[in-house]
Design a binder for this molecule. Structure first.
Ligand SMILES: NC(=O)c1ccc[n+]([C@@H]2O[C@H](COP(=O)([O-])OP(=O)(O)OC[C@H]3O[C@@H](n4cnc5c(N)ncnc54)[C@H](OP(=O)(O)O)[C@@H]3O)[C@@H](O)[C@H]2O)c1
Length: 336
C-alpha cells in the first residue's frame, strides 16, 4: 500500500515552503507492534511547527530531520491496529504525517480516541484540541487572569488567540487583542465582543495600546503573547505592577531567524512582573479535564471558532503559509 505525503527536502527560507517540501509517494512499511495506521481526514496547520523546520537544536523539541515526512496533528480513522486499545474504525487524533495516511506508534504519537458524537470534527483541532488547552492554560494558569483584570492577547485572530480572548471574556476579564489589519480588528471587537483591538500593521502600536490604558485604571494585568518581537516592548511599558506575561509563542522569530530580546527587559523588575513560558505537551495528561471544560463552553455556544479550510493534500503548503502571512482568521485546516 502506498502513501502520498509531504517530505522535508531542505530547511525552508522564510515562507518559501514550496522549495523546501515535496509531495512524494512511497510504499508504507508493514504495521509494527504498538502501531496504528490512520486514514487522515484532516490535517491541523500549527504555527509552532515552523520551528521544527529550522535547524535550531535549542528549541522545545529537536528539529525534524531533512528527508523526513512533515509531522503535524491529524484526525482520521484507524484502518489497522497493532496497538492495545485501538481498533479499526476508531476516530483518533494523533501527531501524524502530512499525508494521506499516518502510520505511527500509538503512545509516542499521543494518539487519543475521539468521541464520534461531536458533530463538527474540526473542533478536535480547535476548541477541543491543543489550541483550546493552550488558550485555557495560558489565560487561567500561567496568566492567572482574574475577573475584572485587563487581559491582552497577541495574534488574537488566529486559532490560539481566538480561544484565548474568548476564555478571558468568559472569566469576566476586560479583553483586548492585537492583530494584523482592520478586518481582523473589526472581527475581534464586533463579532467576538472584545473591549478593544490594536492593529499592529497600522503602526503606532504604543499609542493604540495607550487608548486601552487611558480608558480605565493603569495598563494590562495579563499579556498572553503569541508573537514576541518589538511589540513585546510596547506592552512591557504598559503592564500593571505584578502583571503576568504568559509566553505562548514567538511568531516573530520562527521563520525570520531573529531572537526576541526585549529592550524594555528592566520593566520586569520595575513593575514586578512574572514572565513565564508554557508548553501544551507538559500538561497533556490533563487533556481530558481541560477538554471537558472547553466542551461545556463550546456546547453552550460560548466558545466559537472560525475555520479556514483548504481542500486537498496538494494544497497543504498554501494553507500553511497563511499562518505566517496572516491570511487566516481562526483555525487553518486541510481536509483530505
Ligand atoms: N505554547 C504552546 O504550547 C503552544 C501551543 C499552540 C500554539 N502555540 C503558539 O500559538 C501561536 C499561534 O499559533 P497558531 O497555530 O494558533 O496560529 P494562528 O494564530 O492561527 O496563525 C498565526 C497568526 O499569527 C499572526 N502572525 C504571523 N506571523 C506574525 C508575526 N511575525 N508578527 C505578528 N503576528 C504574526 C498572523 O496573524 P496577523 O494577521 O494578526 O499577523 C497569523 O494569522 C504561535 O506562536 C504558536 O507557537 C503555542
Amino acid at each position: 500500500m502506498n502513501n502520498q505525503f509531504w517530505r522535508i527536502n531542505s530547511r525552508p527560507d522564510g515562507t518559501d515552503f514550496t522549495s523546501a517540501l515535496a509531495l512524494i509517494e512511497e510504499a508504507m512499511p508493514d504495521i509494527g507492534p504498538g502501531e496504528i495506521r490512520v486514514r487522515n481526514a484532516m490535517l491541523s496547520m500549527d504555527a509552532g511547527t515552523r520551528l521544527w523546520l529550522t535547524d535550531r537544536e535549542d528549541g522545545y523539541q529537536p528539529p525534524l530531520p531533512v528527508g523526513a515526512p512533515m509531522t503535524g496533528l491529524v484526525v482520521g480513522e484507524v484502518i489497522a491496529s497493532r496497538a492495545e486499545g485501538f481498533k479499526e474504525g476508531d476516530l483518533v487524533r494523533a501527531f501524524g504525517v502530512w499525508g494521506a495516511f499516518s502510520q505511527v506508534d500509538a503512545v509516542m504519537s499521543g494518539a487519543v480516541i475521539l468521541d464520534p458524537s461531536v458533530a463538527d470534527k474540526r473542533a478536535w483541532f480547535g476548541p477541543l484540541g491543543m489550541n483550546g488547552w493552550t488558550a485555557l492554560w495560558g489565560i487561567e494558569q500561567t496568566g492567572a487572569a482574574k475577573a475584572g483584570e485587563r487581559v491582552l492577547v497577541s495574534a488574537a485572530a488566529g486559532a490560539t488567540g481566538v480561544l484565548a480572548v474568548q476564555i478571558a471574556k468568559l472569566l469576566r476579564c476586560e479583553t483586548w487583542g492585537i492583530a494584523g489589519g482592520a478586518e481582523k480588528c473589526r472581527f475581534l471587537t464586533e463579532e467576538l465582543g472584545l473591549d478593544g483591538a490594536v492593529d499592529y500593521k497600522a503602526g503606532g502600536v504604543g499609542a493604540q495600546l495607550d487608548v486601552a490604558c487611558e480608558g480605565g485604571a493603569g495598563g494590562f494585568d495579563v499579556f498572553f503573547d503569541n508573537v514576541g518581537g518589538p511589540v513585546l516592548d510596547d506592552v512591557l511599558t504598559r503592564m500593571n505592577h505584578y502583571g503576568r506575561i504568559a509566553v505562548c509563542g514567538l511568531l516573530n522569530d520562527y521563520g525570520s531567524g531573529t531572537r526576541t530580546a526585549p529592550r524594555e527587559f528592566d520593566q520586569i523588575l520595575m513593575r514586578r512582573l512574572r514572565v513565564e513560558g508554557f508548553f501544551s505537551p507538559d500538561f497533556m495528561d490533563q487533556g481530558e479535564r481541560l477538554t471537558a471544560r472547553l466542551k461545556g463552553w463550546h456546547e453552550a455556544g460560548q466558545l466559537t471558532m472560525p475555520y479556514d479550510v483548504t481542500r486537498g493534500l496538494e494544497n497543504t503548503l498554501s494553507a500553511y503559509e497563511k499562518l505566517f502571512t496572516g491570511g487566516n482568521i481562526g483555525k487553518v485546516i486541510v481536509e483530505l
